[in-house]
Write a new protein. Structure first.
Length: 498
């Protein structure tokens, strides 16, 4: 083979191998069940093999340029076969998981990607570049120098400036509101009320420096009043010092609490990173309920931004965690950002008593997917103990949660909290999890309580959600897809407890 063809061929397969191993960062996360059913560490073993193959390919490329013994035809053929296996694995990943799942897992591997990229760049600039021709060296040196200068400028003066990433979302947590919003840079945030009071996002007197801000206000401070949000960029936040930068503000408008009766609720569940036209889904809703599984790799753009867009910051939002919302290293980040006291609580709207429950994970704590990070058996016990302290209230008693089973209890017919809920007079569950739109009667449900499953992501193009109208205990439900087509309708008469 001529030198020119050999250089081109080794360069192409080196580039393919670099690309494939970077993508495999997501593959090793996404296919954890492969590890479990084959043997523990299988995906990491494959990934390590592909990285080693890439390193060898770099030196095959160097050998083809220098025409020395580093290039070996037999070894190169093995390199090609390993690279093809890598590409086949990636293709299988995309077919099984889909594009959106792939992007989720790449995001979850984002901490690893820069290090591997820098490692490959180091090999290229030390092993390959010095043996290239002088003209290419000069061009590459110029490009690298420009990249270093641009990178330094972007770090000091981030591209895109400093701005709000989302409109605020006002979460009702039963004991007040949490006004949550995000900025595109690290900052300290605040809410300014109509009386001129400015409340900072703080932790025991220390203003929080973050991209996401959560400010708690009382009901009477916000209901039917105008408010605005603001943030001051944290240019530098170091021990015993730092520097603040530009301040930005956003006038939101008058916050309208949910009416005591005759109101509309839009229920969104299991969107799994699906991004419909959130603004158009707002409609005439008076309150919004996000019922969990907002993403498979949880991150802020799948809750804070949609909640802000759909509610425009002037209507309340309820949020309950789904089973997928409990997975991954980003979960604590979101929980800390939201700053809820707890993720199970009660809130009253007129005669309607909504008990919001965290249904947790859907498998045993020992399941391989959780890698030893789950302790939901204890968590469920705590939540059940909390439920046992509740008193039966007069009115219409409704549960909002993710799972129709309330708690996931794989080895039991019913979770222990179910009889507690029935004794409290709960007769209707608003939930998701099953990606269907359907009503399940009390006789047919897993809990002995009637439930309505509010839809979810159907495929990469279709997403279903539900609209509910509450009036004197009658719940009029319509589920529709993002094309505006009604896919299911149901009326349910609640019984007023007295």
């Amino acid at each position: 083979m001529k030198k020119k063809n050999r250089v081109i061929l080794t360069s192409v397969f080196t580039a393919l191998s670099v690309f494939a191993t970077l993508c495999f960062c997501g593959f090793r996360v996404g296919f954890v069940f492969v590890d479990y059913y084959v043997f523990n560490g299988f995906c990491y073993l494959l990934w390590s093999l592909f990285i080693i193959n890439t390193i060898i390919l770099f030196f095959q490329q160097r050998g083809s340029i220098c025409e020395n013994k580093l290039y070996n035809k037999k070894v190169f053929i093995v390199n090609i076969l390993v690279t093809l296996i890598n590409l086949i694995c990636l293709a299988a990943f995309l077919i099984v998981g889909g594009k959106e799942e792939f992007l989720n897992y790449i995001y979850m591997s984002a901490e690893t990607l820069p290090y591997l990229s820098l490692f490959y760049a180091f090999i290229f600039f030390t092993a390959i570049l010095p043996v290239c021709n002088k003209i290419l060296q000069k061009i590459t040196a110029g490009v690298v120098s420009a990249a270093i200068i641009v990178s330094a400028l972007v770090i000091i003066f981030p591209a895109g400036g400093f701005d709000f990433e989302s409109a605020p979302a006002v979460f009702d947590t039963g004991d007040g509101y949490h006004i949550v919003f995000a900025t595109n840079r690290k900052s300290i945030g605040y809410v300014k009320l109509s009386n001129g009071e400015q409340i900072w996002d703080n932790l025991k007197g220390r203003k929080e420096s973050s991209r996401v801000h959560s400010v708690k206000v009382n009901y009477d401070e916000l209901n039917n009043k105008e408010y605005s949000v603001g943030a001051v960029r944290a240019v530098e936040d170091i021990a015993y010092g730092g520097h603040l930068g530009k301040e930005i503000t956003q006038s939101v408008g008058t916050f309208i609490p949910c009416p005591q009766d005759d109101f509309n609720m839009t229920c969104i569940t299991d969107n799994h990173a699906f991004k419909p036209d959130w603004e158009s889904m707002g409609g005439d809703a008076d309150i919004f309920a996000f019922l969990g599984d907002i993403a498979n790799g949880i991150y802020i753009n799948n809750l804070i931004v949609p909640a802000g867009k759909i509610s425009e910051g002037v209507k309340p939002v309820i949020y309950t965690l789904g089973n997928h919302d409990h997975r991954g290293s980003k979960v604590p980040d979101l929980m800390n950002a939201l700053d809820f006291d707890k993720y199970y609580y009660r809130l009253n709207i007129g005669k309607y008593i909504f008990t919001v429950l965290d249904s947790g994970e859907d498998k045993e704590d020992e399941n391989y997917e959780y890698a030893g990070y789950s302790d939901f058996s204890s968590y469920f016990e705590e939540e059940t103990e909390w439920a046992q302290t509740l008193k039966k209230e007069n009115g219409y008693n409704i549960i909002i949660t993710h799972s129709p089973a309330i708690f996931f209890a794989p080895d039991e017919e019913q979770a222990p909290i179910c009889p507690v809920m029935r004794n409290l007079g709960e007769e209707f569950v608003i939930c998701g999890h099953k990606h269907t739109a359907e009503f399940v009667s009390a006789d047919e449900s897993e809990t002995g309580i009637a439930c309505y499953i509010c839809g979810g992501k159907v495929d990469s193009r279709e997403f279903n959600f539900s609209k509910m109208h509450f009036n004197q205990g009658l719940v009029d439900i319509k589920s529709e897809n993002t094309q505006g087509e009604i896919i299911y309708e149901k009326q349910f008469q609640l019984t007023e407890s007295k």
